[in-house]
Design a protein around this ligand. Sequence first.
Ligand code: ATP
Ligand code: MG
Length: 267
Amino acid sequence: MNFAIEAKNLVKRFADIAAVNDISFIVKHGETFAILGENGAGKSTTMRMIACRSPLTTGELSVEGLNVKNADRRIRSLIGVVPQENNLDPDLNVRENLLVYSRYFRIHKEIAQTRCDELLEFIRLKEKANAKVEQLSGGMKRRLIIARALLHRPKILLLDEPTTGLDPNVRQEIWEKLEELRRTENLTIVLSTHYMDEAEKLAQRLIVMAHGRIVVEGVPHEIIKDKVKKFALEIREADSFNLRQTDKILSQKRGSTHLYFAKLPKI
Ligand SMILES: Nc1ncnc2c1ncn2[C@@H]1O[C@H](COP(=O)(O)OP(=O)(O)OP(=O)(O)O)[C@@H](O)[C@H]1O
Ligand SMILES: [Mg+2]
């Protein structure tokens, strides 16, 4: 088995939309691989196919040398998934949210208890073990979902926008944990993100998707040098301001957030 993931001419259609439109890529063992792209680019659809949660329309896809078309059960046991939307069970406390997953993966009760303790320690949520999900901050919920995805000791961790909407300190903390996992556990990590800084910080290689296709691929710092403006300013809750436009800055509106990208930190 040469690669952790190998996709050849992958296509996913929904009626007349080609959400993923003939993409090919590989992910190497033990690397972090980022999928960048704007809303609707096809990032989540690609990740759902890798996780065997959505069948391919055409193309070939193998995970740890296994074909997604006939080895989905085995592949699911090798993959930990952090979905884009938080899907913790609000009726269960933090610890129970982990334990419920151990039953899904048929992990022996005692092993699950130990693993739970280790993971709560790792994500620094030990003090919150008995708290309800609603009592957690956004960053804590995200960390808990990452822990849940690690419970069955997967070889590959798929994270769909792990830090979107979180503040810079929390993002930094999650980045450190992911890098630690990659280094110490030799985990292969695939993450999707809107943020080039996230890809630059974590990924050894990346692809940028647009309208279901790969438009750029390569090594983050080389791509940044070539294509991306170096300075970014993010203003949250900016509804009461007009988005400023000049020819020296690229400005974008995402929900109530305004983003500005520039080559130099002045106009
Ligand atoms: N179940 C579905 N049924 C129909 N169309 C879908 C479905 N899932 C995704 N799509 C469409 O496929 C395209 C790609 O969606 P996808 O969720 O993969 O994008 P994304 O890159 O993850 O975007 P975002 O950054 O907003 O999460 C979009 O046009 C979307 O509307
Ligand atoms: Mg998505």
